[in-house]
Design a protein around this ligand. Sequence first.
Ligand SMILES: O=C(O)c1ccccc1NCC(=O)[C@H](O)[C@H](O)COP(=O)(O)O
Length: 222
Amino acid sequence: MPALVKICGLSTAETVAAALDAGADMLGFVFFPRSPRHVAVEAAAALAGPARGRAQIVALTVDASDAALDAIVAGLRPDILQLHGAETPARAAAIRARTGIAVMKAIRVGEAADLAPVPDFAAHVDRFLFDAKPPPGLTGALPGGNGLAFDWRLVRGLDPGRPWMLSGGLDPANVAEALDLTGAPAVDVSSGVESAPGVKDPDLIRAFIRAVRWRAPAVATA
Ligand SMILES: O=C(O)c1ccccc1NCC(=O)[C@H](O)[C@H](O)COP(=O)(O)O
């Protein structure tokens, strides 16, 4: 089965269309004001319109309050809530119960020890996303979307008990190697399909999805 693709941090109708037409499985909208990819709930709802029924809509939040989550859920009606902050397993469980929406917990990975909390989350989330942990002291680092890769060998053949995505520093040139090395069932990209921070490039989006699909085994037709 070909790997699923999530394009994260979309903020224009043109790039949403490019991602959908190229076959993206998930579209991510970032709700984090410090990010160059931040979108208002109303804007995200308008952008996500063409995606309904074609791709899953992911709302990315960072340690969001219940009030903020309620506004996102009411306005955007996402399929998945991506938790990209320091949310605990209990908080992930509470968000899932309160909203009734599938939860994807981002785990930031720099070394093997960073994977230790995974079993505690597994019963309370629907999916994991493994992303790079920015090195301490990196000026201006965001909780995610930094275009940094981690050592992919740390998640090679991983079975976290839930579906998972590989993320962090992926781009059209390295995603096939990342998939080959890790066996990840899904990938997520942001910076690697941008021409500048927060500016998605339709050609790079198409190239990324082509790079993932191209390596998938061909399906025999009668
Ligand atoms: O993308 C952001 O600006 C962002 C801000 C705050 C928290 C998380 C954020 N992104 C999370 C994602 O899911 C990114 O797609 C993931 O970190 C990979 O990013 P990149 O390394 O730039 O491809």
